[in-house]
Design a protein around this ligand. Structure first.
Ligand SMILES: C[S@@+](CC[C@H](N)C(=O)[O-])C[C@H]1O[C@@H](n2cnc3c(N)ncnc32)[C@H](O)[C@@H]1O
Length: 260
């Protein structure tokens, strides 16, 4: 898979894409990340990429022509058709389902806005999709591009050392992940780990993990459970979790860890 990132800050994008799992995926030839600076496609001596907004008001707006010329160069750089995404707080919110679909798209261009954003005409004529990474406003699209490259890059076949790990992550089957524990078995201050994880009984461990996933989702993201039909086993496990939880914490405690 190939990403072409249109950005005024190519180093920023490169640095974030060159480390960890995604950096390794590039080294393994599973992923290609190219950056394109619209300043290189500006035609005046000052390499201007922005202009004052018509109608007045604060800030600057990214000009059509440097971006249009950059995208033309992107399209010509490889034979596959390019799916063009503009990072925008006004876009559809990024989800794991969208990430999984993008991971199967051979070529994706990511346009990183700056200032007040991009001239609307360029968006109307060149962009296939607008994506937001959350309901807040960033000063530029580069962090959004880094998020997409990371989330999509780690799903490329062979990027993760254990392919199963992505299948067990939060959201991949519509639930949050279960809690994880590692050495020591008994911590001086915070005690032991759930016995079942030390039992070697794989069926019991699988059942415990699934129950914890269901319970955590119920506690922290109940909205996810309303979007997902539970089979009989899952329903029974969730009921068991709720009974145990209520017995320990009382019916009044809704158990949310994030109590802001
Ligand atoms: C200061 S923002 C512009 C915000 C724009 N005036 C608005 O309110 O919709 C500059 C750039 O940051 C990027 N950006 C800001 N928030 C974002 C978000 N939540 N998700 C993705 N990109 C974002 C976009 O590329 C945007 O063009």
């Amino acid at each position: 898979m190939r990403f072409d990132v249109v950005t005024l800050f190519p180093d920023f994008v490169r640095q974030s894409a060159d480390v960890g799992v995604v950096g390794r995926a590039q080294q393994r030839g599973l992923l290609q990340v190219e950056t394109w600076n619209p300043r290189d496609y500006a035609t005046d001596n000052y390499r201007t990429v922005d202009g004052r907004p018509f109608g007045g008001g604060p800030g600057m707006v990214m000009l059509i022509d440097p971006l249009r010329a950059t995208l033309a160069a992107v399209r010509e750089a490889a034979p596959e058709p390019v799916h063009v995404i503009y990072l925008s707080p006004q876009g559809a919110r990024l989800t794991q389902a969208r990430v999984e679909a993008l991971a199967k798209t051979p070529r994706v261009a990511l346009i990183c806005g700056r200032y007040e954003g991009v001239d609307e005409r360029l968006l109307q004529h060149e962009v296939d999709e607008e994506l937001s990474i959350g309901d807040y406003v960033l000063s530029g699209g580069e962090l959004g591009a880094a998020v997409i490259i990371d989330a999509v890059g780690r799903l490329q076949d062979g990027a993760l050392n254990d392919a199963q790990s992505a299948q067990q992550d939060s959201f991949s089957d519509g639930l949050l992940d279960c809690p994880h524990y590692t050495r020591p078995v008994h911590h001086d201050v915070w005690g032991g780990v759930p016995e079942v994880l030390l039992s070697g009984d794989h069926a019991a461990i699988r059942r415990w993990r699934h129950k914890q996933s269901l319970g955590r989702t119920w506690l922290r993201r109940p909205d996810l459970l309303t979007q997902r039909a539970l089979d009989d086993e899952s329903r029974a496990l969730l009921d068991e979790f709720r009974r145990e939880y209520t017995r320990l914490n009382g019916a009044a405690d809704n158990g949310r860890r994030n109590k802001n």
